[in-house]
Ligand binder design. Sequence first.
Ligand SMILES: [Zn+2]
Length: 263
Amino acid sequence: MPELPEVEAVACKLRAAEPWCRIVGCGQFRPTTMQGGGRAIGQRIVAVDRRGKHLLLRLGNGCFLRVHLKMTGNLTVAQDARMHASTVRAWFALDDGRAIVLDDPRALGRISFHEKGSEDGLFAGLGPEPFDAAFTLDHLVRAAKATKKPIKLLLMEQKAVVGLGNIYAAEALFQAAIHPARPAHRLSRPKLEALYTAIREVLGAAMSSAAMAYERPGEFSEGESFPAAVYGREGAPCLRCAGTVRRMPQGGRSTYYCPKCQK
Ligand SMILES: [Zn+2]
């Protein structure tokens, strides 16, 4: 599933296709893909932003389109609005002949139109962006002290900080030498400081690798070119100690970790 680094890479590619023209039409092949897209017709896209895993196409009148790529979605610019790949689920035609298309083999991605001023309410459940000033060590400490949940599940919730999915949460915890099942409120401030640093480093590295992977055409999967230290390495030797990487179920997903050096 595309996580923050992959979604940011998609946003970067879209920004490179500016300047935008006016939206003159839209369509979809399934009734569930897009809600309210027709209300964007006549508007010009003025910016492409990202909030967590959501892409935001900001319109000239202050309204915006939210795009969630889900498992396999990609939002790209087609040079000719009349040409659609078979995996395109929805599109916006622009008045210069191009189109913005949602290419999505599994068809789980969603697009919705939102009124001006509705953004705060829409994203009220999301924590700060990992590279924003609002994401401080104190913020992470407060979030951790407020819950007895395992630290990995807290990271996956997107409330303490957005952007960490299954791969990058496991990698950040490995880098910080924290066992993924440790109750969040039991972690010391120095441990959380190590985690705070690891979250930014892992996501920063993942953003670089995702941006490079999106440079080439074709499908791209989450973490594809990210050099994972523990994720997907069950049974392999730990890169840091003499231990062996293990896998355990956690919150319905597989968590990878080294039981020897993650405490
Ligand atoms: Zn180890």
